[in-house]
Design a protein around this ligand. Structure first.
Ligand SMILES: [Zn+2]
Ligand SMILES: [Zn+2]
Length: 141
């Protein structure tokens, strides 16, 4: 039995082969749109997002989607920086994170564990210091 699904875009039934639940014709359309955007940016380096959207009649969201997928990269002046790093909010040209954050991401995962144990041991030592003082007072009484 083939995996038959409804296309998420046009609702047409198609044989699902994996990935986005989009039928072959919509997929093709999507590729064509992407190529159009890519070509336009190739011929008009530094074009703004709204310019591409208006000229090609492609929604801004769609273009942003391509950028987030890392299929498009913004080149040119700072005014074209339309994406924000999901971690620090810095303007980025492609992908989801800025260079610094994507580099830090793996490091952060590792250091968080050591930070937690560090905090815990600090708490422990604070407690034991208090305990010592209390004990000393007791002795002085
Ligand atoms: Zn479709
Ligand atoms: Zn960042």
């Amino acid at each position: 039995m083939p995996d038959v699904r409804n296309c998420r875009r046009c609702g047409k039934i198609f044989n699902y082969i994996g990935g986005n639940p989009i039928c072959p014709s919509c997929r093709e359309l999507n590729e064509q749109t992407f190529k159009k955007v890519k070509e336009y940016l190739y011929n008009n380096p530094g074009a703004t997002l709204s310019e591409v959207s208006t000229v090609l009649e492609v929604s801004v969201e769609k273009i942003k989607g391509y950028l987030k997928e890392g299929r498009l990269e913004i080149i040119g002046s700072d005014s074209n920086l339309v994406l924000e790093c999901e971690s620090c909010g810095k303007a980025i040209r492609t992908g989801r994170f800025c260079d610094d954050c994507s580099r830090d991401l793996t490091r952060d995962l590792k250091s968080t564990a050591s930070e937690i144990s560090e905090t815990l041991s600090k708490k422990d030592s604070a407690k034991s210091q208090f305990g010592m003082r209390y004990l000393n007072k007791d002795i002085l009484k």
